[in-house]
Design a protein around this ligand. Structure first.
Ligand code: DX5
Ligand code: ZN
Length: 245
């Protein structure tokens, strides 16, 4: 019996693999106050963030510029949490080592950014970091099918990359389901980025994702609201799995 991409399909009574991976909330510091970024990282950590999501934009691959490895290095001492670094840059390879040295725990990059994603995934792992591959909305799941054995994470963009605060593209959910099936039993996190809120988080979880990036929904309302913002997303996600938090 085979499923999507010719992979063996799980028996109907087996636990979907996604269920065994914990739900993680990864606030994106793109929505933080850049004038006090170190303090913002510490605050979002204390508010219950599982991962710190760092959006790197180059004004070439995406139509916006954010920050580079020196800023990552500067904020790194402000949290001991896992730093999830999302590169929206082209080319990718010349900058991997700088982000690894600056303190990234995981480095993800776009499959659309070049023809040698397999090499880049291996480069990231060779530096002792987790590797991630990202798909923009236009890119089909099949684009990463032959890269999965080199990846620790697959990130599905549910907005067009470049800006925080955009609306969730719900039409990406079938792609998430396809990727979940394609990943099968591999130890790969499936992450969603863009427009994640307590309203859209359950859709992501039901489609098979387990890591949720949230920029504006995590940072809205100022520092006093961060903990309740994260808790609301976590509760909505857990509810979609039939769990309580
Ligand atoms: C968009 C970035 C996202 C962004 C998410 O290009 O990759 O991580 O910060 O922001 P929200 O959650 O506001 O859509
Ligand atoms: Zn991102």
């Amino acid at each position: 019996m085979t499923g999507p991409a010719g992979l063996p399909r799980a028996a109907p009574d087996a636990n979907p693999p996604a269920m065994s991976r914990p739900v993680l909330i990864a606030p994106s510091i793109l929505s933080a106050d850049f004038a006090r970024l170190g303090a913002e990282v510490a605050s979002i950590d204390a508010a219950g963030a599982d991962w710190i999501h760092c959006d790197v934009m180059d004004g070439h691959f995406v139509p916006n510029i954010s920050f580079g490895p020196d800023v990552l290095k500067a904020i790194r001492p402000h949290s001991t949490k896992f730093f999830d670094v999302h590169l929206m840059i082209q080319p990718v390879d010349p900058f991997i080592e700088a982000f690894a040295r600056a303190g990234a725990d995981l480095i993800s990059f776009h499959v659309e950014a070049g023809p040698h994603a397999h090499r880049t995934l291996r480069l990231i792992r060779s530096l002792g970091k987790k590797s991630g591959i990202v798909l923009t909305p236009q890119t089909p799941a099949s684009a990463v099918e032959h890269l999965l054995d080199e990846a620790d994470l697959v990130l599905v963009m549910t907005v067009n990359p470049g800006f925080g605060g955009q609306s969730f593209i719900r039409e990406m959910m079938p792609k998430v389901e396809q990727l979940r099936a394609m990943i099968g039993g591999r130890p790969i996190d499936l992450e969603i980025d863009g427009g994640v809120t307590p309203e859209t988080a359950p859709l992501c979880i039901k489609a098979g994702a387990n890591v949720l990036v949230a920029g504006s929904a995590a940072f809205r309302g100022g520092e006093g609201a961060y903990a309740s913002n994260i808790a609301a997303i976590r509760k909505a996600a857990a509810g979609a799995r039939g769990e309580w938090v």
